[in-house]
Design a binder for this molecule. Structure first.
Ligand SMILES: Cc1cc2nc3c(=O)[nH]c(=O)nc-3n(C[C@H](O)[C@H](O)[C@H](O)COP(=O)(O)OP(=O)(O)OC[C@H]3O[C@@H](n4cnc5c(N)ncnc54)[C@H](O)[C@@H]3O)c2cc1C
Length: 361
């Protein structure tokens, strides 16, 4: 286990915001986990589990607590019919896992190529992209339960996955440290039709390689065109979530001229469309650029503080609310000192709830 003191959260997160964390503990073996939580308890400090920091934002005042990072590496596979069961330690970089699977001709996660982050974080918000989500292939995870100080297994069903949610970021937020995850992947190709942007890209470029490696190449190319590379431009990916609606609310939205998408994952409004309609695409707000190619993404070009983010967020949320009557919900989690409310990952948040969470009215 490695212990560091007074590390800037801005250096640990891709949005590059946030003051010092009092302690950062990097766990390298399962035995380290109990020691890390024991360390925090002895000092009576709160804990926050961090991965690569691609979906997490720090605040100016920093964190008077212990950040714990899973650095455990390794992948272990066993054969199943027409595929493999793959157990991956939470410290593995997620995209290495996708690359490994695609190189073996295994389908199931190829559309999740190039999502920045560590494997331990992947089930937390049920990462998804281009028609796939990790819950489609995840069978179980191994966790350290901070309530009982014991290691246990949580099944797919126990995790209660939905769009950008699992119990890990809702009802049991902060309780479990993800040690490893297990996926079942099969030899094959993604079923058609593919997600719109994949179909369009393939037909525009006359591509016919539908193998996992072929789809990975397409998704990587689309993402390079659309999304900022966190190693070059500071962002937390999509800053706002899409809005999921009931059928009745969707009909109301449609009658008001708002485009609705109906898919396997539910009925949704593309929040990027709402932002675009408010003429915010490409705008620089308090140091944050609303991405031209992906308006849900805020790029930190010159913001110095969390106060800038607060101001930019309020401007976008208010404009969308004033024009359409929908509240945009924030996707990234924030590292907060115990007494502050956290605008994301609020326990009990449901995918179709659309209520204000940071009171922008
Ligand atoms: C440019 C860009 C593009 C992105 N594109 C997508 C996309 O297409 N689809 C998508 O779903 N996401 C996307 N994201 C968001 C992000 O990549 C994912 O949420 C990813 O899983 C975050 O991994 P991380 O290791 O950085 O997690 P972190 O940001 O470090 O943590 C995220 C959450 O998981 C918790 N956590 C982390 N590790 C553990 C653990 N071991 N045990 C328990 N809890 C843990 C943290 O406490 C926090 O609540 C994107 C982000 C960026 C910057």
């Amino acid at each position: 286990m490695r212990l560091n003191e007074n590390i800037l959260i801005s250096s640990l997160t891709t949005m590059s915001l946030g003051g010092p964390a009092r302690y950062v503990l990097e766990v390298e073996t399962p035995r380290d986990i109990a020691d890390a939580y024991g360390f925090a308890r002895t000092l009576k400090l709160p804990t926050f589990v961090l991965g690569y920091g691609a979906n997490t934002i720090g605040r100016d005042e920093g964190f008077n607590g212990v950040i714990i990072i899973n650095r455990m590496q390794g992948m272990f596979e066993e054969p199943i019919e027409n595929g493999i069961r793959l157990k991956i330690m939470g410290g593995e970089y997620w995209d290495h896992v996708v690359e490994y699977a695609c190189n073996k001709g295994l389908t199931g996660i190829e559309a999740l190529s190039k999502i920045p982050g560590l494997t331990g974080a992947a089930p937390v918000q049920n990462i998804g992209a281009y028609g796939q989500q990790i819950s489609d292939v995840l069978t179980e995870i191994e966790v350290f339960d901070t309530q009982t100080d014991s290691v246990k297994t949580l099944s797919h069903d126990e995790l209660q996955f939905s769009y950008r949610h699992s119990i890990l970021n809702t009802t049991e937020y902060g309780r479990y440290f993800v040690i490893s995850i297990t996926l079942e992947l099969h030899v094959g190709v993604m079923p058609r039709p593919f997600y719109n942007s994949i179909e369009t890209f393939m037909s525009d470029h006359a591509l016919t390689d539908f193998s996992p490696a072929g789809i990975r190449a397409v998704v990587s190319a689309i993402r390079t065109e659309k999304l900022p590379d966190p190693s070059e431009k500071a962002s937390a990916g999509s800053f706002f979530k899409n809005i999921y609606l009931s059928e009745t609310d969707a009909e109301t939205a449609e009658s008001n001229g708002i485009p609705i998408r109906r898919g396997d994952d539910g009925i949704k409004i593309n929040s990027a469309w709402l932002i675009e309609q408010c003429h915010l695409k490409g705008k620089l707000l308090h140091g944050f650029r609303v991405s031209k190619s992906a308006p849900l993404v805020l790029i930190n070009e010159s913001a110095q503080s969390y106060a800038d983010l607060n101001a930019a967020r309020a401007e976008i949320v208010n404009k969308v609310y004033d024009k359409f009557g929908y509240w945009l919900e924030q996707e990234p989690v924030e590292i907060v000192n115990a007494e502050q409310p956290n605008p994301a990952a609020a326990p009990g948040t449901t995918p179709i709830q659309n209520t204000p969470i940071y009171g922008a009215n």
